[in-house]
Ligand binder design. Structure first.
Ligand code: PMP
Length: 366
């Protein structure tokens, strides 16, 4: 609290990111859903080829090369793409642009009860009323729970974090159809980690109220670069451009533009990494289930797993941390009996499984 801060800053509880170990510290980092594989080799080349003298000049405000790459890969018009400094920035601008009107209307934004923990922060920060929609059994999102509920916007992570569960495109369509006066934000940070990969981008021709948000942080292995984007109707994109230009008209630096473009255009490598990651996810889920963990079927690059009765999630989290293995534990009631475990390399997951087995054996014998 400070007398120099405005009321909003005094009243907002900021987002707390997953723990970042110090540079050089040797840990197995399975706590912030980063990709375990290196970025595309095209990224290295883009950096090597980068003309440093151009840093003298401001970058392209619209990050046109990224916009064009996304448009080509996703089969949409460039005017349907908005690029921001990480999808966190894109999401923040979406909440501001499409949902802040809640202040005037008294209507809430609907979000799933357990979802990305940044959403409640944006709601506080922009003073947006919020209504949490409970999830059903095993964290299943029921689309009809978003029908007939007065709202001024809807935000859903699909697949959802931290639950790892996804809804189908039919379900997304049902929600868009039932809420034509609200923007439906579908946060696809984890959308690429599925055998039958589906994206709500294909629904855009039908729903001008749909806004799909993506990131290069996860499936493109570029969390350190900070590039996210929205794909939506031209009307929604124009709103985001207005918001951006009222705040920071050069959010994407020149190097990031070159690097992200190179990564997005390497479609084959993107696919190869996904296939490898799915193999490791399958291995990890099977190993954990075999020793009594329970978890929903994951559609993301992490598992949301409940340890067997002999050890509680918090103790397991702490004991793994003491062994140099970081996973994510949320104290929130309703999900405080689980761990969110990012999928690492095969070697990392083998070590993780070995450490977990030791912990279970110790707990059973104590
Ligand atoms: N959406 C979800 C559901 C996430 O878990 C994250 C990562 N914490 C983000 C968006 C933001 O990702 P970034 O800002 O790295 O693009």
């Amino acid at each position: 609290m400070s007398k120099y801060w405005n009321k909003t800053i005094n009243q907002t509880t900021p987002y707390v990111a997953g723990e970042q170990p110090k540079e050089g510290e040797k840990v197995i980092k399975l706590n912030t859903n980063e990709n375990p594989f290196p970025p595309s080799t095209n990224v290295k080349k883009a950096i090597a080829d980068f003309d440093v003298s151009t840093l003298r000049l401001y970058p392209d405000t619209n990050a046109t090369s990224i916009v064009n790459a996304v448009a080509a890969v996703e089969n949409v018009k460039p005017s349907q793409v908005f690029v921001g400094n990480g999808s966190d920035e894109v999401l923040a601008l979406c909440f501001q642009t499409f949902f802040e009107k809640a202040c005037d209307t008294d209507l809430p934004v609907l979000t799933p009860e357990f979802s990305y923990s940044f959403y409640p922060v944006y709601e506080e920060f922009y003073r947006i009323r919020s209504k949490k929609i409970p999830l059903r059994e095993d964290f299943r999102l029921e689309p009809s729970d978003y029908v007939g509920v007065p709202n001024c916007g809807i935000a859903i992570a699909n697949p959802n974090a931290p639950t790892s569960r996804a809804i189908s495109l039919d379900d997304v369509a049902k929600i868009c159809e039932a809420n034509p006066d609200s923007v439906v934000l579908i946060d696809e940070a984890y959308a690429y980690f599925e055998e039958e990969y589906e994206t709500a981008v294909s629904l855009l021709p039908k729903y001008p109220n749909l806004c799909v948000v993506r990131t290069t942080s996860k499936s493109y292995s570029l969390a350190g670069l900070r590039i996210g984007y929205a794909i939506a109707s031209e009307e929604l994109i124009e709103g985001l451009l207005r918001a951006r230009d009222s705040f920071n008209s050069y959010p994407i630096d020149r190097l990031a533009q070159a690097v992200a473009t190179a990564a997005i255009l390497d479609v084959d490598y993107h696919k190869k990494c996904r296939e490898e990651l799915l193999k490791i996810r399958r291995y990890t889920a099977e190993e954990l289930k075999a020793i009594g963990f329970e978890m929903p079927e994951s559609s993301a690059n992490f598992l949301f797993a409940k340890p067997p009765k002999c050890i509680d999630a918090e103790t397991l989290y702490k004991n793994l941390k003491a062994k140099g293995i970081l996973v994510r534990y949320f104290k929130t009631p309703g999900i405080n009996d689980r761990l969110r475990i990012s999928i690492g390399t095969m070697e990392e997951m083998e070590e993780f499984v070995k450490a977990v087995k030791e912990e279970i054996t110790n707990a059973e014998n104590s």
